[in-house]
Design a binder for this molecule. Sequence first.
Ligand code: ADP
Ligand code: ASP
Ligand code: MG
Length: 414
Amino acid sequence: MALIVQKFGGTSVGSVERINAVADKVIAEHKAGNDVVVVVSAMGGETDRLLKLANEVARNPNSRELDVLLATGEQVTIALLSIALEARNYPACSYTGAQVHIRTDSAYNKARIIDIDVGRVNKTLKEGKIVVIAGFQGIDEHGNITTLGRGGSDTTAVAMAAALKADECHIYTDVDGVYTADPRIVPAARRLENLTYEEMLELASLGSKVLQIRSVEFARKYNVQLRVLSSFKEGPGTLITGEDENMEQALISGIAYNRDEAKLTVVGVPDKPGIAFSILGPIADAYIEVDMIVQNVGVDNTTDFTFTVHRNDYEKALAILKKNVAKLGTKNITGDNRIVKISVVGVGMRSHAGIASKMFDALAKEGINIMMISTSEIKISVVVDEKYLELGVRTLHSAFELENGSNVEGDSRA
Ligand code: ADP
Ligand code: ASP
Ligand code: MG
């Protein structure tokens, strides 16, 4: 007998019919002789609806109370799914995050799981019941309800699988696996058979919202076998595991994009020690996270300093820079929140040169101007005007021949 954690996202539990279909899927896993723990999200669109309500009541809703509100979405679906299972004569028991001791820090709206006490879940499983747990939520040390950030049910599922030492964790969603690019943007995108934790981590952190990044961090840390599957159609999905020598290693595994960033430039500041700190210090003090940074020295011993932040922090960051104008000795401050970051990801990059030039060449041929570049061992990211999002992603997808899967290591075209 195996222990399987199944997670169903918002679209998969978006209506009564779909909840009934999920109940059938859960029962099939149980009938196969497995213990089953199910993690569910709120019904599709519900979390957005609740957020909108809060924003109608107040411009800047209190973050503790916001979590009390947002956590209700998942409480509805755990109850409905358990009712559906019970009605089919399969004993089930629903639990909120607090009831199964998903302990988090107190960072409301983006809390991190600290630990999980699995006693109650194991006891319920021993009674032969199917356990249904609310995703996306936990409780802090003072007993306050917290939520884990958008897409957080993935993290609940993987953290549960790790704590329970489950044999597998199945993430059921509205696509039948992880693709070489978001299939909504690139119709020719191809489903990947398997992917390493590292690659998935890069894709998720660079904007592929198919899995919340923290869920992949948990999976890697605790070696949880993760499979992304469709709720609506049968198939093998995508397996995400550690690096295996026998795994067919793609040179490039995928293209990700992120339209949640904005860039700011401090123009013509004196090129002297401490300038980066004087620009970014006040930004950090305001708890604004900085992603990419580019600095280059001009002929007149001044430097243009550009960095990116989350779009939600754009106005705040701009205001901080403007406040510091005199201290920075800058000629001008400019900003642009209509940008998109497009990234090419692949572990094969470690051993192959020429990926960057191929990327820049392909974008240039389409007349797409690159504003910023950043690289790591297994990824190259560029910032371009957001109007080029679709063209840029599709161009790179075909430049690296991702649609036909021919770019495996050893390929002479690499
Ligand atoms: P759920 O509600 O089940 O958690 P999400 O909407 O969070 O589902 O994630 C699934 C979506 O992720 C897909 O509909 C797809 O548009 C998007 N997505 C982005 N990048 C990728 C990718 N590389 N592969 C598959 N899906 C992707
Ligand atoms: N319901 C939450 C959200 O919409 C969590 C999740 O779906 O994973 O972000
Ligand atoms: Mg999701």
